[in-house]
Design a protein around this ligand. Structure first.
Ligand code: ADP
Ligand code: MG
Length: 467
């Protein structure tokens, strides 16, 4: 079974970027690399902000990736460099125990780039019970647009974890390393789910993946032959670990689930429960859960003191049990809106998957139906989850004007949209966005647009190239 397999080890392809990396590594470290790891970014087609609530999602791996060239050394240290050394300066640190690896942001609360590498290494060391022989020299080269919802962070964390484990000759399955990396990335400060790392390791050419959690499983989803997915960057970047927006949505979902459980007298003690576990406990349909949210979370806003009194705990206990360090100061929470988005989006994922499955393929309007689900997803992310951005909304509106549906993809607050269109209209659609958004609205030179606007097809997950 594919899931039980380890990351494949292949011969190095004669690829220009890899040749460049080998030469750059030699120049930086004075010796050649031993192996190169490649981990792709991803575009999530539908199922946004629901992986951390335990619900299935439907992404595909991208062609863009994080590459790490690695050499091993006897000294127990890690020397981290980036081909883009001006933006991402080098860093070196001694390694002993995972407990001693400190991952702290800069004075403005923004993570240093190498912290993502340290997240992967920390997770790997924990997995190895701190037993390791080889120190590392690593050179990173990523071409996934950063802070743009295409998961450059998870590609970097996952590539770093894989590099460290491979250098120690450790054995691990793709599914286990995906779960390990999902937990490891939380050292950066965001309470993410497991979608990004799962697709990074378990992606497959020619199909998107329907990913379920606990246990982590992927099922290939064949997309309509004539559908093309186009990614368009809004030109706004949003680093998810630099503020508390991402974590505030995570805790709002936690609190919504906890309050409904309490009001329904479902015994959970002081344990957290996800919105998907809540649905399982009640054995209800997603439609019933949507009704229940309207009934049991009727208010527009819940204050911290209101929530404490509903849960019958002190505000301090509320903070310690359910909030993260960067959300403890929040005075109030939107629970109805967030929970409604999650259950409705989970329903859209199921409908999207059904539309792609054989039995429904007779419908020639499948691309329009998938597109409508994507557009509804965007509307919900904009209005109920409040994680869009003016440029994202403009891109979605322009697409709609052209006759194409789109949604923001990734966490939002900037980053990219993903649009679904028919093969025969893809060139005209991309020309339209080039003129209307990039040239007219953003004053970008036409020749620079391809780095922001591209059509994409599903790609394979991580691979190791042994030199
Ligand atoms: P994304 O949606 O791309 O995952 P995140 O906010 O989660 O956005 O992470 C983006 C951060 O990851 C960047 O700000 C940078 O610190 C780091 N990063 C991504 N790609 C690279 C790269 N090629 N080299 C160095 N750091 C990178
Ligand atoms: Mg990320």
């Amino acid at each position: 079974m594919e899931d039980a397999a380890a990351v494949p080890i292949k011969k190095v392809p004669r690829d220009e970027r890899i040749l460049f990396m080998k030469a750059a590594f030699q120049q930086e470290f004075g010796n050649p690399p031993k192996f190169i790891v490649k981990v792709p970014g991803r575009v999530n087609l539908i199922g946004e902000h629901i992986d951390y609530c335990g619900f299935p999602v439907l992404p595909m791996a991208l062609e863009q990736d994080a590459l790490i060239a690695a050499g091993t050394i006897r000294e127990k240290e890690i020397n981290i460099k980036n081909v883009n050394y001006q933006k991402y300066p080098e860093y070196k640190v001694a390694l002993k125990k995972f407990e001693e690896i400190k991952i702290e942001p800069d004075v403005d609360g923004k993570p240093f780039w190498y912290n993502y590498v340290l997240c992967g290494v920390k997770g790997a060391l924990e997995y190895l019970d701190n037993k390791f022989e080889q120190g590392l020299q690593i050179l990173v080269d990523g071409n996934i647009p950063p802070a743009s919802g295409l998961s450059s962070s998870s590609a970097l964390v996952s590539a770093s974890c894989l590099t460290f484990l491979h250098a120690q000759k450790a054995k691990i399955t793709k599914t286990d390393i995906a779960s390990l990396c999902a937990v490891s990335e939380r050292y950066i400060g965001t309470q993410g789910g497991g979608m990004d790392q799962a697709i990074a390791f378990l992606g497959e050419k020619n199909s998107a993946q329907y990913i379920t959690f606990l246990p982590l499983q992927v099922t290939p989803v064949t997309l309509p032959d004539d559908a093309v997915f186009v990614v368009a960057h809004s030109l706004a970047e949003a680093n998810k670990a630099a503020n508390n927006e991402y974590n505030s949505r995570v805790v709002e979902c936690r609190l919504a689930a906890k309050i409904i459980a309490t009001r329904e007298e479902i015994e959970t003690g002081s344990k957290m429960i996800t919105l998907s576990q809540l649905q399982e406990c009640r054995d209800s349909s997603l439609e019933d859960m949507i009704e229940l949210v309207h009934k049991l979370l009727p208010e527009e806003i819940y204050s911290k003191s209101e929530i404490s009194s509903i849960l019958n705990i002190s505000e301090d206990a509320l903070g310690d049990l359910y909030l993260t360090s960067n959300t403890k100061q929040l005075p109030d929470f939107k629970l109805k809106q967030r929970a409604l988005h999650v259950y409705e989006e989970a329903l859209r994922v199921e409908n999207f998957r059904k539309l792609c499955s054989g039995s429904n393929r007779i419908n020639d309007n499948i691309i329009s139906s998938l597109g409508n689900l994507m557009f509804e997803s965007h509307e919900s992310l904009k209005k109920q989850y409040e994680c869009s951005h003016d440029n994202l909304d403009l891109l979605v509106d322009l697409s709609k004007k052209f006759g194409v549906n789109a949604r923001l993809t990734g966490a939002g607050w900037g980053g990219c949209i993903v649009a679904i269109c028919r093969e025969e209209e893809v060139n005209a659609f991309m020309d339209y966005l080039t003129d209307e958004f990039y040239v007219k609205h953003c004053n970008i030179d036409r020749e620079n647009v391809p780095s922001y606007l591209f059509a994409t097809a599903p790609n394979d997950g991580a691979v190791i190239y042994q030199l």
